[in-house]
Design a protein around this ligand. Sequence first.
Ligand SMILES: Cc1cc2nc3c(=O)[nH]c(=O)nc-3n(C[C@H](O)[C@H](O)[C@H](O)COP(=O)(O)OP(=O)(O)OC[C@H]3O[C@@H](n4cnc5c(N)ncnc54)[C@H](O)[C@@H]3O)c2cc1C
Length: 597
Amino acid sequence: METFDSRRLSRRSLLRAMTALAAGAALPPLGMRPARAATPDLPRDFGKGRTVAVIGAGMAGLTAGWKLARSGFKVTIYEADSRYGGRSLTVRPDDDNGQHGAYKRWWFNKYNPQRLFPDMYVSRYQEQEGPAREQQICRFADDTWIPEKGKPPVELFLNAGPGRIPSDHAALLQLCGEIGVELEPYIFQSNYNLLRSKKFRDGQPIAYNQITYSTRGELAAKWAKIEDRTCDPKKSAIINLLKQFGDLDDNCEFPSSARLGYRELPGGWDTPGSIKDKVPLDEVLGSGFVGGGDPEFTPGSFLFNADNIVWQNSLMQPVGGMDRIWQRLLLQPIPEAAIRLHPNDPREREMRGRHVRYVGDLVLLKYPVARIDNVPGTKKIRVVTNGHVEVADFCISTMAPNLLKGILADGDGQFPKYFKDALGEVEQTPAIKVGWQARTRFWEKQNHIYGGISWTDDDIGQIWYPSEDFNAPTGVLTGAYNRGRTATAFGNLTQKERIAEALEGGQHLHPSTGPNEPGFKSEIYTDRGLTIAWQYMPFQVGGWPGPTASSQPAIYRTIIKPQGQLYLAGDAYSYLPGWQEGAVTSVYKAIEALPPA
Ligand SMILES: Cc1cc2nc3c(=O)[nH]c(=O)nc-3n(C[C@H](O)[C@H](O)[C@H](O)COP(=O)(O)OP(=O)(O)OC[C@H]3O[C@@H](n4cnc5c(N)ncnc54)[C@H](O)[C@@H]3O)c2cc1C
C-alpha cells in the first residue's frame, strides 16, 4: 500500500529515540542499519500437546501456521475462500486462454512439479457485491510461445493485491530468505515515466525527468540569486551546492540541462540528438504535479512520490509474482504431529500416499468460521465452521477486524462489548486495480520507459510498467491503481464501464503520436483486461485498514490486546496497515505472546 505519513513517522521515531535516551539506552551510531525484526523461533516442543485454530490463509495465517507447526503445536488453518493468499492475489493465465492448458502445465513444472495444493494457481476471481459481479477470467497469453520448442513463455500475471516490498520491510524479506523466495528489483521510478494532469498543457503528458530537473534548476537559480551575485562556487559552499543541485551554468542561470532528457536521441555520425526544453517554474507551480491539495487525491505529489519512505529505492518483488511468498509457505515441510484431522476431513485424500507433510496440509479451504466462543469454565476456545466445531487452546484470527466483530460470541464469559465495538470501528480503505496485457512493449520502444510508474489525475491514478522481462514480446501493465474516494467511484462501475474508463485513462498517458504510434487503446489487448475492487471481494472489507494506530489510537490499543485465548494478527493490528510486513510482524507478536505450557 500504500498508506504513509512521513510527518507522523518522524515524530514517532523521534519519540522512540528520546525514550531510549531517557532510559540510558545506547543509540546505534548514525548510519548504522536499523535492527532487523527477530523471527520467533520457539523451541521445537514449546507447543507440544497444545492446539491452535488459525483463521485465514493469507500472509498472516500461513506464516503463523508455519511457525507454530515447527514449534510443536497442532494447527488447523480455516480459510473461508476457495483460494489461499487472501489479499495477496496474483492472477495467472487460465486454461481457457487459447493455449489448452499448456501454460499452466509449464508453470507447475517450473514451480511445483508435484502439483501439491493445485489451488495455489489462481486464474479466476469474483467480486461478491457491487455492480461487477461477473467472474473474471485471466486470458493473458504469450501468443509467440511455442511450447514444443522448449523455450519458456513470457510469465504473464497481474499482482491484483501487493506488488512490491520496501527494503526496510525486514521481517518479510527475512521470511522470503527463510522459505526460498527469489527476489528481484521492483522499479518504482524510471526517469522517463510520465506525469499527466488536466491542469498542465491541456493534459499533455510529460516525462518525469523533464519536469523534475526543470524544477530543481529553476529553484536553484532563484536561490543562487538571493545568496551571491558573483556565482563563485569556490567562495561560497552554498553556491557550490546549488550549482550541483540544479545543474546551473557559470552565471548561476538555468538555461537548460541534459538532465531534462532527450527529445531526439544522440547516436552515430550525424546524429547529435537534442535535449528537451525546460519547464518554467510558474508552469510547474500550476501543473497539479506538486500535490499538497486534497489528501484523498492519489497519490499526493507526483513529483515527490519516490521520496516517500515506503517508496524509496530499493524496492523488491518476488520473481514470478507476489503469490510466490505464500506459495513457498504452503510448500514448507512440517512435522506430521502438527496436523489435526477431523472426521471426514477433505485433507485426508490429498495426503494419502505422501510421506512428507507441508504447511498446505494445515489449511482447510472453504471453511468460513461462523462463530468463536470461550468454552465456559475452561481455558479453551471454540471455533465453529460449516459443519465442524474445533475446541482449541488458542485461536489466532487474521480476519479483517470488522468481520471478526460479527462472529465473536457475547454474553457471560465471552467477548466484551467495548472490544467488539472497537473492532467494528476500524476504518477501511477501498482499493482498485486494473490489469492489461500489451500487444507490444510500446512504452519501452516509444517512451524509453523500463519499469516504474506513470501518474495521472484521471481516476486510474497510475500505470505500472513491468520491472522484469525487458524487450520481451509482451508484458502486463497495471492499468489502474487507486484508493479512497476514487476507488469507491471506480468500484461502483460495471465491468464494462471500468474497462472503458481504464482505456481512456491509458490513452491520455499514451496518446497517438502518428500512424506508427496509435496510442494505448490500440497497443493492448482490450479483451484481456481484468479489474478488481477490493471492497467488494469476498471475505474482505477493503484494500487495507486506515492508519488505525495514529488516527484511531484508542481503538488500536484495544484491538491489539489478546482476549483470553484469542490473539489477533494481520496488517490491521500493526503500524503497517496495507503492507505484508504488518501481517508478518503482528503474527510474530502474537506468537511471542503465547504463554508456555
Ligand atoms: C491493491 C492492494 C495493493 C497492496 N500493495 C501492497 C504492496 O505493494 N506491498 C505489500 O507488502 N502489501 C501490499 N498490500 C497489502 C497486503 O496485501 C496485505 O497487508 C496482506 O496481504 C495482508 O495479509 P493478512 O493475512 O493480514 O490479511 P488477508 O490477506 O486479508 O487474509 C485474511 C484471510 O482471512 C480470510 N477470512 C475472512 N473471513 C474469514 C472467516 N470467517 N473464516 C475463515 N477465513 C476468513 C480471508 O478470506 C483471507 O484469506 C496491498 C493490498 C492491496 C489490496
